[in-house]
Design a protein around this ligand. Structure first.
Ligand code: ZN
Length: 387
């Protein structure tokens, strides 16, 4: 798998260089199909690339194309030469893979579902399957190697957008969500989600491991061991966050019919240039993941996601609409110079978003309440498991 990843990485960089040359010579960019074809041509000529399955080869072109499009849309930095240690996944579309021998092993608590996965040109993997999946609807398989050495196989399944019909006629409940750095999310009903304790502890542990790594001799045995320990901790944090986000999404989408978030695109159009950095930050950090997950949970339940312009949302007074120009990033409390309204900064912002979407909450929440530790969502054995 490492050989394949290396070949895929080289191919990616070759496409990047070809694209740059094409641009310098002819002042044009290559289309998706041209890139795919070029990838196949390179494979024909180069033995090293023949280690890759032909469809995987095209997926490398696809990945480059997507990265370039994100750059054109202002959502990401310019695609750069990839280093082999950062190129860690391969995608198999419809063909080149086969799942077989799905079976249950173990008893009681240790019961697991296992299967055998064949990936063309790589070989066989034994998988532990943690969800039911409709095999006939799998549209691609992604195999991903983590820096800690763990391997995940991700089956992508296409599903109709919503399974539940929105209930018509009933009054709809809406929630405004302000995403932030100090508090992960502040809801217009006064609840908020903070960085939870286990996460903070993991982050502290990362700092310790980082220091220990820097004391080791570069590339020595102990350095490599420390490196893997650090990678594991980073993965723990990622997993913990993702899990938390999914739980928050499930909670909100069960309580509310409409999710109101700031619209990053509209904001970009209004304040071009000024917000480029901010937009990049929003896309880079874990809130782009939080956003995606919240949206996904609502759409999945047939509910509505309303992005609203976020221009000045944290400076506007929820009560009178006045703008507090003097509000700085450090101010945690919003104070309106016109009507005297005073409220937590993020709570005010989430209420402003809600108002922009056309909802007027019956009352302004008086105090902020933390969301208690979220219960487990299932993935329990025996229960009904959704994808
Ligand atoms: Zn005011």
């Amino acid at each position: 798998m490492e050989t394949q990843l290396e070949a895929a990485c080289k191919l990616y960089n070759a496409l990047l260089h070809a694209e740059q040359e094409e641009y310098e010579e002819n002042k044009r960019t290559m289309s998706r199909n041209e890139l795919r074809q070029l990838a196949l041509d390179l494979r024909k000529k180069n033995k090293e690339f023949q280690a890759l399955h032909s469809q995987v080869t095209q997926q490398v072109a696809e990945r480059f194309y997507e990265a370039r499009q994100r750059y054109f849309e202002g959502l990401a930095n310019k695609p750069r030469v990839k280093k082999p240690h950062r190129y860690l996944s391969l995608v198999y579309p419809q063909s080149g893979w086969k799942l077989s021998n799905i079976r249950e092993v173990g008893l009681g608590k240790n019961k697991k579902r296992k299967a055998r996965l064949y990936l063309s040109k790589i070989g066989f993997f034994t998988l532990v399957i943690h969800r039911e999946l409709p095999l006939e609807r799998v549209s691609q398989v992604c195999v991903k190697l983590y820096p800690s050495g763990r391997i995940h196989v991700i089956f992508l399944v296409e599903e109709p957008e919503s399974q539940e019909q929105p209930s018509e006629g009933e009054p709809r409940k809406a929630v405004g969500v302000d995403l932030g750095l100090t508090r992960l999310a502040t809801l217009s009903d006064g609840r908020y989600l903070e960085n939870p304790k286990p996460l903070e502890r993991s982050l502290e542990r990362i700092r310790v491991l980082q220091r220990s790594l820097s004391r080791k001799r570069f590339l020595s045995k102990n350095w490599l061991k420390a490196k893997i320990r650090l990678a594991k901790q980073h993965e723990r944090v990622k997993d913990f966050r993702r899990d938390l986000f999914f739980k928050l999404g499930a909670l909100l989408s069960q309580e509310y019919d409409v999710l109101v978030l700031e619209d990053l695109n509209v904001q970009g159009l209004i304040q071009k240039g000024v917000t480029k950095k901010r937009r990049l930050r929003l896309h880079d950090s874990s809130f782009s993941e939080l956003r995606r997950i919240l949206e996904w949970e609502f759409v999945k339940r047939g509910k509505l996601v309303l992005p609203v312009p976020s221009y000045n949302s944290s400076r506007e007074c929820f009560l009178c609409g006045g703008i507090n120009q003097d509000l700085t990033l450090e101010d945690r409390v919003f104070h309106c110079p016109y009507c005297g309204f005073t409220l937590d900064r993020d709570l005010n912002a989430s209420l402003v978003l809600l108002k922009r979407a056309g909802w007027v909450p019956s009352a302004v929440p008086v105090e902020l309440r933390p969301i208690p530790p979220l219960p487990s969502l299932g993935l329990k054995r025996g229960g009904k498991v959704g994808l």
